[in-house]
Write a protein that binds this ligand. Sequence first.
Ligand code: NAP
Length: 340
Amino acid sequence: MQSTVLLTGGTGYIGSWICKYLLEAGYRVRVTVRDLGKTEKFAHLKALETGTQGALEFWEADLLKPGQYDAAAQGCETIFHVASPFMLQVKDAQKDLVDPALLGTRNVLEAANRSGTVKKVVLTSSVASIYGDIKEMTDLGLDAFTEANWNTTSSVKHQPYSYSKVLAEKAAWEMANAQNQWKLVVLNPSFVMGPSLTDNSDSESITMMKDYLKGKFATGVPNVEFGLVDVRDVALAHVRAAENPLAEGRTILSNISVSMLEMSKMIKKVRGSGRGLPFMIAPKFVIKLIGFLFGITAEFVEKNVNYPLRFDNTKSKQMLGIEYRPIEETMGDMVRQLSK
Ligand code: NAP
């Protein structure tokens, strides 16, 4: 018999790939969507079902509305809780980021508690829950961030997205430790890149690549580093985290760290042209002065520019058997898709 799983955020950039792999593995996948009337948000998932052994169902639920995940969770063995807004420019950080992340996680995990059937929850957290500002790695004397590190510095005013993720992950661990019906496995991806299965995602991953391609950073980029990981590797890690009985705790998912300028060079290599792409690093004092034009605060610049950023991905390889795709493939597939 098909195992039934619940997938929140299945309409999104990462969630769509998880949905694809679950269908291909033969699961009955219950995808929750905010509005069943907005069929354009999930039409692409119906196409993924064709030719697979899996089956797809759509259920309506909003992270902000208590009790809305209860019905969909009943009868499920596993919940993949992926849904959470990933935007860096928001009007009201509490309302737009923190509430859906934190209240949403509580709602989904309460549904797991009430289901009586859920045995495992796989939560999509982030490296944003591991650290707040890049400078912390140097301050802590680390060669790389590991799963032992926690973000203790973000707030609703400074790095609010990171704050939303650390609050949500902490709430999830508290709820997991207060019961013994289901096991929690947390995944902490760095910046996710690679091709998208949906044209309707507001994910910062897609926004950032579109910004590069339309020349937003042409005048220069700050010397800021990112951890990068392929969206397909992240999706596969979710399925393995669910299926592997030995999967436990938090796991960083990150392939390689690159600077914004190195990203630009990779894009140029794929496109064969540097038109509109940044070719120089903007000095820190200049970014401090004009950063507000790009939504960057002086505090962000101070604590994140000109510092190294590294992640230890050993656990993801050993526990989940992840073999990271070459970054050239990740960037190549994404740039080609968005350049069409
Ligand atoms: P995305 O494409 O914007 O997906 C976000 C998903 O959350 C969408 O399915 C969205 O539904 C859903 N959602 C947002 N607010 C909701 C609400 N109030 N009620 C119900 N559903 C809601 O972003 P993504 O990049 O795939 O991110 C997915 C997850 O990965 C997030 O938890 C994010 O923090 C985490 N993550 C992302 C990255 C990255 O680089 N992309 C890195 C680390 C972790 P709609 O379709 O209705 O908008």
